[in-house]
Design a protein around this ligand. Structure first.
Ligand code: NCD
Length: 308
């Protein structure tokens, strides 16, 4: 039996397979520049977006990606479903599967729960973010954004700043960036670093000033307040002093370096208002909207991979 192509994380993908996905994203980027941004490659396929946690970018991006490949995409709303009548999540998934869908995209707040879902249905499952665990398509679009900017990956210095402990983006990014030969550092105080962090192979700094002038990529993370059952940082003032990106720090960055953030940004915490307001002026440096734009092509590649 051929194994179904789930994408729960990127651990089993070889460097070649990652490069193949990025090349595929490149061809879709070309299609997205056309007047008619649609190709018939997934015509007749039905995809369901199952988001048990809030989302703007990832959910819409998957929807646009599916539609540009001519698939039919259904957005399932847990709050308006029989889950409210007490049906379990796994029974809900099996009910949806009985309607002959071809692929499920899932976001869930419980780390690892999507792996359990994937074992229980016969169609491919794509992880759109599970708890603090993994966010593989975000990691791919981040890698793609870096590659498109620098035309290389090997040896680039990336500093990932902020809430490493609670961030699925940090976990997926660090693993993928290391695999692809980037030099990864993290900047976070000890209370925002997971206990098992030594297995991640990234040097830890506690002050953004230590990396600001040498980083090619400054990757700012959102403080995951919704996952923090206690206060992980004393105050915003303190956060601003050691971890935030403000105008004076922006001016210390290397000439061709870039700033990334997975969104949504907590203005005034990880990035100051003034820097956020400069996005249009310093487009070459602040790549947050480029990440969003690249997300569509990358997710087209992922859907095509999983269904072809
Ligand atoms: C991220 C997520 O939900 O994990 N956002 C996203 O998918 N663009 C990051 C975040 O919410 O901090």
């Amino acid at each position: 039996m051929v194994e179904k192509k789930d994408i729960l994380n990127l651990d089993k993908f070889s460097i070649k397979e990652i490069n193949d996905l990025m090349n595929m994203a490149d061809s879709f980027t070309e299609i997205l520049k056309r007047d008619v941004k649609k190709v018939p490659v997934l015509r007749g396929k039905t995809i369901i977006n199952l988001f048990f946690e809030p989302s703007t970018r990832t959910k819409v991006s998957f929807e646009i990606a599916a539609k540009r490949l001519s698939a039919d995409l259904i957005n399932f709303s847990p709050n308006l479903s029989s889950l409210k009548k007490g049906e379990s999540e796994i029974d809900t998934l099996k009910t949806i599967n009985a309607m002959k869908i071809d692929l499920v995209i899932i976001r869930h707040s419980d780390s690892g729960y999507i792996n359990y879902f994937a074992k229980n249905i016969p169609v491919p499952v794509i992880n759109a973010g599970d708890g603090k665990h993994e966010h593989p398509t975000q990691a791919l679009l981040d890698l793609y954004t870096i590659y498109k900017n620098f035309s290389k990956l090997e040896g680039l210095k990336v500093a990932i700043v902020g809430d490493i402990l609670n961030s699925r983006v940090a976990r997926s990014d660090i693993k993928l960036f290391n695999k692809m030969g980037l030099d990864v550092k993290v900047v976070a105080p000890s209370m925002l670093i997971p206990q098992n962090f030594s297995c991640f192979n990234a040097k830890i700094h506690s002050n953004i000033e230590e990396v600001i002038s040498e980083a090619d990529v400054l990757y700012m993370l959102r403080m995951q307040f919704e996952r923090q059952d206690k206060k992980f940082y004393p105050s915003t003032k303190e956060y601003n002093e050691f971890l935030s990106l403000n105008l004076s720090r922006l001016n210390k960055m290397k000439k061709d370096s870039i700033i990334m953030h997975p969104g949504p940004v907590n203005r005034g915490i990880e990035i100051s208002d003034e820097v956020m307001e400069m996005q249009e002026i310093v487009k070459d440096k602040i790549k947050i909207n480029t990440q969003v734009a690249n997300g569509v092509a990358v997710r087209m590649a992922v859907l095509y991979y999983a269904l072809s």
